[in-house]
Ligand binder design. Structure first.
Ligand code: MN3
Length: 217
């Protein structure tokens, strides 16, 4: 038995990283007319899938370097892990904080989240304007976020470059807006502002409230 369990351990440590793209909780055309089916299909099937494939490949190389005590190689792989791992984390959140209008969950926050938004930003409209403006203003590719600061017990608005996950700002992600051109260019062309203003029509406040409730635990 002892030998068997040692063998099992060896097999377990040699297992390849196998992160998977989560199922999209609605059809590609479900967010139309706000986000076209063409954008959703490419964004999910090509971009998110690419992050997952590249994350698994980078982690496999990392584990190999680690097994050989090659610290320099491990360090060299960190940016690929950050970029692709961040892309996987961010998009996995993004699909779930959006929902088709037919779901009836797009009406804005209620309950504790609504109270906290009012406390930290004075009003929902003030919060919406601030997040929208900061997100539109991101230079290059990145994300606009509403996050929860567990230390200070308050909501914060911030932006991240590239695919940096919100954990790099020590915040728990509550709501994120992807402003990489792949998220809007086919439909909105260069007018990022129109896309960021429109996306508020398809936020899934039920999911966003659940994220907030978990963050507060
Ligand atoms: Mn994206």
């Amino acid at each position: 038995m002892r030998i068997l369990s040692q063998e099992a351990l060896v097999i377990a440590t040699q297992e390849k990283p196998n992160y998977q793209i989560p199922d999209l909780p609605y059809d590609f055309n479900a967010l139309e007319p706000v986000i076209s089916a063409e954008i959703m299909e490419l964004h999910y099937s090509k971009h998110h899938k690419g992050y997952v494939t590249n994350l698994n490949a980078a982690l496999e190389k990392y584990h190999e370097a680690e097994s050989k005590n090659e610290v320099a190689s491990m360090i060299a792989l960190q940016s690929a892990i950050k970029f692709n791992g961040g892309g996987h984390i961010n998009h996995s959140i993004f699909w779930t904080i959006l929902a088709p209008v037919s779901k009836g969950v797009n009406q804005g926050p209620s309950g504790e989240l609504a109270k906290m938004i009012h406390r930290d930003f004075s009003s929902f409209e003030g919060f919406k304007e601030k997040l929208t403006a900061l997100t539109i203003g991101i230079q290059g590719s990145g994300w606009g976020w509403l996050g929860y600061n567990k230390t200070l017990k308050r909501l914060e608005i911030t932006t991240c470059s590239n695919q940096d996950p919100l954990s790099t700002h020590a915040l728990v992600p509550i709501l994120g807006i992807d402003v990489w051109e792949h998220a809007y260019y086919l439909q909105y062309k260069n007018v990022r502002a129109e896309y960021v203003k429109a996306i508020w029509q398809v936020f899934n406040w039920k999911n966003i409230e659940e994220r907030f409730a978990k963050a507060c635990m």
